[in-house]
Design a protein around this ligand. Structure first.
Ligand SMILES: O=C(O)[C@H]1NCC[C@@H]1O
Length: 371
C-alpha cells in the first residue's frame, strides 16, 4: 500500500508499532539522522545531546502519549551483535528494556536484520546500552512467535535499605539490577494492591520511593558509570517465595511512566533478588504478571556469573509481542505543537516542584553491597 504524504517540511519519520504484554514499542525505521558515536553507549550520549527533539516528536503527544516507548536500531561495535539499539521514553534513554527486546527479536527476523532464520528458534544478538542481550525467536513455517532472552549479568545491589519517603515516612526497599536499577517494595507497605488499586495511587507511591532512593542511595555499576542510575520503582504483591502461581508487579519508571507489561528488565532484577535471597533455585521458572494489564512473562535464573565484585546471575525472560501497525509521521512548520507536549499531571505536585532529577546537595546512605 502506497501512502501519500500530506504537506510537510523535512524528513518524514517512519515507524513500526508493536506491543509486548500491552506495553507499546515504536520502532523507528526511517527518517532519523545519522547517529554519531564509536559505540552504543556513546551513541546514546549523542542522541541525548543532539537529537532529543526527535524523541519528543515521536514519544510525546500528539503522535505519542505520556507512556509511549520507542526503539532506534543503530550499528553496534560488537562483532557478534546483529543489531544495536537505543531505547527512549518520556524522560530520556534507558539502558535496558526487556519488553522491547522481545518485540525487536521478532522484528529483526521479520524485517530481515538477521541472515538466515532457523527453526525452531532464531538467535538474535541485540546490543543494548547495558550490553549484549541474546534473544531466541520461535520460528516455524515462515512465522515468528514467542521470544525468550538471556539478560546481561543481573545482581542484587542492596537489600533492606531504609529511606525516608515524602508522605510515607521510613520505607525499606531492596535494590536490584537487571540491565537497569530498580527499587522493589511490597505495595502493601502503602496499603495498596498492585492488581486492584488505582494506577494514580500506585504511581504516587512508586514515584515517591524513586525520588527518595535517587537522593539518598548512591548506586554503582562495575562496568560503566552510564549504567549507575535508578530507573524506577517496582511495587510487588510480596509473593517472592517460590510458587508455581504467578506473582504480580507494577513498574513505574522514567518520569512516572507506567509499564503495561510485567517489565523484562524488572523481572530480570527481581529474579536476581529472589535468587540472592535463596527463594528460588537455578532453572526454577516463575511467572510474573503485570499489575496493569494481567499480561505475563516467565523468568528464571540460568547461570551464576560475576559482575565486578557482585555475585550475579544470567536470567532468561520469555514473552510475546505483536504488531499493531506502521506509521509515517510528518511535521508542518506552522504547527506550534509540532515538537510534542506532555500533560504534566502525572507527578505529585511536591515532586514536580522539587524536580526528580535534582541530585545536588544529596546525602547518600552508604549501603552494604554484596560481593
Ligand atoms: O520491559 C522492560 O524492561 C521495559 N518496559 C518499560 C520499562 C522497561 O524499560
Amino acid at each position: 500500500m502506497e501512502t501519500e504524504l500530506p504537506p510537510h517540511a523535512g524528513d518524514a519519520l517512519s515507524v513500526v508499532d508493536m506491543h509486548t504484554g500491552g506495553e507499546p514499542l515504536r520502532i523507528i525505521r526511517g527518517g532519523y539522522p545519522e547517529v554519531k558515536g564509536d559505540g552504543v553507549l556513546s551513541k546514546r550520549r549523542y542522541v541525548r545531546e543532539h537529537l532529543d527533539h526527535l524523541r519528543k516528536v515521536l514519544m510525546y503527544e500528539p503522535r505519542g502519549h505520556y507512556d509511549m516507548y520507542g526503539a532506534l536500531v543503530v550499528d553496534s561495535e560488537l562483532p557478534e551483535a546483529d543489531l544495536g539499539v537505543l531505547f527512549m521514553h518520556n524522560e530520556g534513554y534507558s539502558t535496558m528494556c526487556g519488553h522491547a527486546v522481545i518485540a525487536l527479536g521478532r522484528y529483526a527476523v521479520d524485517y530481515k536484520l538477521v541472515k538466515e532464520p532457523r527453526s525452531p528458534e532464531t538467535q538474535v544478538n541485540i546490543h543494548c546500552p547495558c550490553g549484549l542481550v541474546r534473544a531466541f525467536v520461535e520460528y516455524s513455517h515462515g512465522r515468528t512467535g514467542a521470544v525468550r532472552f538471556l539478560s546481561v549479568p543481573a545482581f542484587a545491589f542492596a537489600t533492606g535499605v531504609t529511606v525516608t519517603v515524602e508522605g510515607f515516612g521510613e520505607v525499606t526497599v531492596d535494590i536490584s539490577y537487571g540491565g537497569a536499577f530498580y527499587a522493589f517494595v511490597d505495595a502493601q507497605r502503602f496499603g495498596l494492591d498492585v492488581t486492584a488499586s488505582r494506577s494514580r495511587d500506585l504511581v504516587d507511591a512508586a514515584t515517591a520511593v524513586t525520588s527518595a532512593v535517587k537522593s539518598q542511595v548512591k548506586l554503582h555499576h562495575p562496568t560503566s558509570d552510564d549504567l549507575a542510575f535508578l530507573y524506577g520503582t517496582i511495587l510487588t504483591d510480596g509473593k517472592d517465595d517460590y510458587s508455581s502461581e504467578p506473582t504480580a508487579n507494577i513498574c513505574v519508571f522514567a518520569e512516572a511512566q507506567v509499564d503495561r507489561s510485567p517489565t523484562g528488565s524488572g523481572v530480570t532484577a527481581r529474579v536476581a533478588l529472589q535468587y540472592h535471597k535463596g527463594l528460588i533455585q537455578l532453572n526454577q521458572r516463575r511467572t510474573f504478571q503485570s499489575g496493569a494489564t494481567g499480561s505475563r512473562f516467565t523468568g528464571k535464573a540460568v547461570e551464576e556469573v560475576e559482575c565486578g565484585d557482585f555475585k550475579a546471575v544470567v536470567v532468561e525472560v520469555a514473552g510475546r509481542a505483536f504488531y499493531t501497525g506502521v506509521s509515517c509521521f510528518v511535521q508542518e512548520p506552522d504547527d506550534e505543537l509540532t515538537h510534542g507536549f506532555l500533560l504534566k499531571n502525572r507527578l505529585p505536585v511536591w515532586i514536580e516542584h522539587q524536580a526528580l532529577k535534582e541530585s545536588a546537595n544529596c546525602t547518600f546512605h552508604s549501603v552494604h553491597r554484596f560481593r
